[in-house]
Design a protein around this ligand. Structure first.
Ligand SMILES: Cc1ncc(COP(=O)(O)O)c(C=O)c1O
Length: 480
């Protein structure tokens, strides 16, 4: 495993001092010069470390004065506890409310803290649509015809290029273009399971994955999941040995809803464990490129030596959910998945494929990603701080290193479905925790989408905080 760069190690050390309150809110950090002298490191390294802490929202630079520990409550809010779901596989029961949350996204008057959809203001809409127009003029026949499975060679080449960043050495022919990531995971599950089988999922799990499992007649076994480091590999080993799942489905980086990222070394263990048991790993990497700092995390697929990992992703969070362009790397299940894809819908949207391929090649995708990451990091940080300020004592909140969602664990036994209803009446949509469990757990949790969160939403967070507080009080007094 590579050691993290020196400036990150320094940043972590100083963060440790902030976390244990040796350095308190409002206090000045040691000057760059003095830390450089005392810790025998270069001034540039200290500067980089302090900037990293600034990006993490822990300190602020004051002109001509130095760096100060922010007086926000950010460091005071603990992260949610690691989950401890039942070890017993179960049928999936997700309330219809899941559909309602998705429909809330079409109501522009609502404050959109609910579904994990990207905020169109953060997407390169004009440029993409221009490219779509150019492609329609340049390739009238390709644009109107079927784009037969496996999809545009140009697009698959661009995707293969980008996957180098995830640690994956892929040829364009390893990739099949799909209608979004959702179709990719559905294809993967259909290829490797049959009704009545059990699959392993994180706990909590993305509700659309649970709904898909339900639609395919699958049971799920939930794997304990840490809010920062993701699925427990030890617990997974136990589940593989005892329940023999037909597949395991993971959102391995910037997980939805917890934001957890399985560290690279544990992704290696995960891929190796799955190969050892010869059970397919279905990896949903839709948030993989949305890291806030440093290089993007590796995909578990990078460590797959047997073709056992099926990698699924899309451009829905980074470019255009409406274009419905995703992809799948089926590994050793290639032929089965190719046949399934062909009989489902032949291929994907031809013009959208061409436009996205052109954008990846010449539209400044990396520049766009850098801006998107910076904005999301700010919004995630702002929303955490705002929740810290307005939610009652005892609230816990995730601290993701990328993506766009926050997982909030409320004190006591608050009912997040009641909170959802009352918030909706106040013009705010959120995602109640029960949607992320196959058996109605996580009642006292909510997921918040930070993509729309900025200072203009302060009143909405304050109102949400009031609702959470009054629900908690009613629960204590037994009126809910
Ligand atoms: C983890 C995860 N996978 C898949 C999807 C759906 O992706 P797509 O719109 O590309 O089908 C989402 C959307 O929220 C998601 O959060």
């Amino acid at each position: 495993m590579h050691a993290s760069p020196l400036y990150e190690q320094v940043a972590n050390k100083v963060q440790g001092l902030i976390d244990c309150r040796t350095l308190r809110a409002g206090e000045r950090l040691p000057s760059v010069r003095s830390l450089s002298r005392e810790w025998s490191i270069s001034i540039t390294t200290v500067m980089q470390a302090y900037r990293t802490l600034e990006n993490r929202g822990l300190v602020e630079a004051r002109p001509q004065s130095g760096f100060y520990v922010l007086s926000s409550l950010r460091t005071a809010l603990p992260e949610p506890r690691a989950s401890q779901p039942s070890e017993v596989p179960c049928d999936v029961s997700v309330p219809d409310l899941a559909m309602r949350i998705l429909q809330d996204t079409s109501k522009p008057d609502l404050v959109q803290f609910g579904a994990a959809v990207q905020n169109p203001d953060l997407l390169p809409t004009r440029k993409l649509h221009q490219m779509l127009g150019t492609m329609a003029r340049r390739h009238p026949e390709r644009g109107i015809n079927y784009s037969m499975m496996p999809g545009s060679a140009d697009l698959r080449t661009e995707i293969a290029r980008r996957q180098v960043g995830a640690g994956c050495a892929l040829a364009p022919d390893d990739i099949i273009v799909t209608n979004g990531c959702q179709e990719a995971t559905l294809l993967a599950l259909r290829a490797v399971t049959k009704p009545g089988d059990t699959i392993g999922v994180e706990s909590p799990a993305f509700y659309n994955h649970l709904l898909t499992a339900d639609a395919l007649g699958l049971k799920v076994v939930e794997i304990p999941t840490h809010p920062r480091e993701g699925m427990s590999i030890e617990a997974l080993r136990y589940a593989l040995a005892n329940h023999r799942p037909a597949a395991v489905l993971t959102v391995s980086s910037h997980h939805n809803p917890t934001g957890a990222t399985i560290p690279d070394e544990r992704k290696r263990q995960l891929a190796e464990l799955m190969s050892e048991y010869d059970v397919p790993l279905i990896e949903d990497d839709i948030f993989g490129e949305m890291n806030f700092e440093g290089d993007r995390p590796k995909a578990a697929k990078a460590f797959d030596r047997t073709g056992n990992t099926i990698l699924c992703s899309s451009f829905s969070k980074t470019l255009a959910p409406g274009y419905r362009i995703g992809w799948i790397v089926p590994g050793k299940y290639h032929d089965t998945i190719a046949r399934l894809k062909s009989c489902m819908n032949y291929g994907a949207n031809a013009l959208a494929e061409l436009a996205i391929a052109a954008f990846l090649e010449e539209g400044g995708y990396d520049h766009h990603l850098r801006r998107l990451r910076r904005t999301l990091e700010k919004r995630v940080r702002w929303l955490r701080e705002s929740v810290a300020e307005h939610f009652p004592e005892g609230t816990r909140i995730s601290n993701p290193s990328g993506g766009m969602v926050l997982w909030v664990e409320m004190a006591g036994s608050s009912n997040s479905v009641c909170i959802y209803r009352r918030a909706l009446a106040a013009g705010i949509t959120i995602a109640p925790g029960v949607l992320f469990s196959p058996r109605g757990e996580y009642r006292n949790c909510i997921r918040l989408n930070a993509a729309y969160a900025d200072e203009s939403k302060e009143k909405a967070v304050a109102r949400l905080g009031e609702i959470v507080r009054s629900e908690a009080e009613q629960t204590v007094s037994g009126t809910t």
